[in-house]
Design a protein around this ligand. Structure first.
Ligand code: CP
Ligand code: NVA
Length: 302
């Protein structure tokens, strides 16, 4: 039976720990230059309806590390752009590929790909979630804190796709999650309900200071996500007091780690001083996307 990962909740706590172990092992092997041709002669398709630096390069390099191949599929170049349905595309690609990752405008598209394909589908960011990001982030948190359970994870900023995955992932892993966002930008009720059903301990506040207080992890993301560009002017005003800066950081635990999925808009959601400062782990986090996704591809495609 093929497995799809459309949400971080498609993985159990045990499976996430297993993936993090495998990712750490793959990271060591890569640093040691050991061959890891575990997906030799296998091919991963990569559909990108939106821009990407990290996701695209890490998946492609991951397949190269495994002795396999990755194909970048721009919807404008393939027949989807001329009206071929997602259903027919999913069926067709299932005949060639061993896995498919997709970054989509609408979450419905990854759902349809999963429903109509016989190969594993990985959500590489939709309007709802970004599960691959959170896997890499959990790996990074483990490296610095050696645990996930019981940590205070403070999300400062927009209750967006990455926030939804962080909220749900924290619920799965037993972390305390606090979202600080301006009124009206909270994660949607259905995500809060899902987190609650998973036993998640979370609070929502419009006070970034309350969120940052004694935090082990402070996480932020852009105020204007891909697809939200029309709201840019309003958002930049609404979020102005939600910047992760030195003053906010001083309220957290001294060994707090600062995370950002990147790309960052320096000077808006995060200052240069914090992003380049000693608590920032943003580039380790970016690198760990590679190792975590490799572990995921092995689990789904081997
Ligand atoms: N964090 C992340 O997914 O980055 P890209 O948009 O560059 O892939
Ligand atoms: N929330 C951002 C994340 C980018 C990786 C977006 O959706 O644009």
């Amino acid at each position: 039976m093929k497995r799809d990962i459309l949400s971080i909740t498609d993985l159990s706590r045990e499976e996430i720990y297993e993936l993090l172990g495998s990712a750490a092992d793959l990271k060591e092997k890569r640093k040691a230059g050991e061959p890891t041709e575990y997906l030799k002669n296998k091919s991963l398709g990569m559909i990108f309806e939106k821009s990407s630096t990290r996701t695209r390069v890490s998946f492609e390099v991951g397949m190269t590390d495994f002795g396999g191949h990755a194909l970048y599929l721009n919807p404008r170049d393939i027949q989807i752009g001329r009206g071929e349905t997602i259903e027919d595309t999913a069926r067709t690609l299932s005949g060639y590929l061993h896995g498919l990752m997709a970054r989509v405008m609408s979450h419905e598209t990854v759902k349809k790909l999963a429903e109509y394909s016989t190969i594993p589908i990985i959500n590489a960011l939709s309007d709802r979630e970004h599960p691959c990001q959170i896997l890499g982030d959990f790996m990074t948190i483990m490296e610095y804190k050696n645990r996930l359970e019981g940590l205070k994870f403070a999300w400062v900023g927009d209750g967006n796709n990455v926030c939804n995955s962080a909220l749900l992932g924290s619920a799965v892993m037993g972390m305390e999650f606090v979202v600080a966002c301006p009124k009206g930008y909270e994660p949607k009720t259905e995500f809060l309900e899902k987190a609650k059903a998973l036993g998640g301990k979370f609070t929502i506040t419009d006070d970034p200071k309350a969120a940052a207080k004694d935090a082990d992890v402070i996480y932020t993301d852009v105020w204007v996500s891909m697809g939200d560009e029309e709201e840019q002017e309003k958002r930049l005003k609404d979020f102005v007091t939600f910047q992760v800066n030195t003053a906010l950081l001083s309220l957290a635990k001294p060994d707090v780690i600062v995370m950002h999925c990147l790309p960052a808009r320096r000077g808006l959601e995060i200052t240069d001083e914090v992003m380049d400062g000693p608590n920032s782990v943003v580039f380790e986090e970016a690198e760990n996307r590679l190792h975590a996704q490799k572990a995921l591809m092995l689990k789904l495609m081997r």
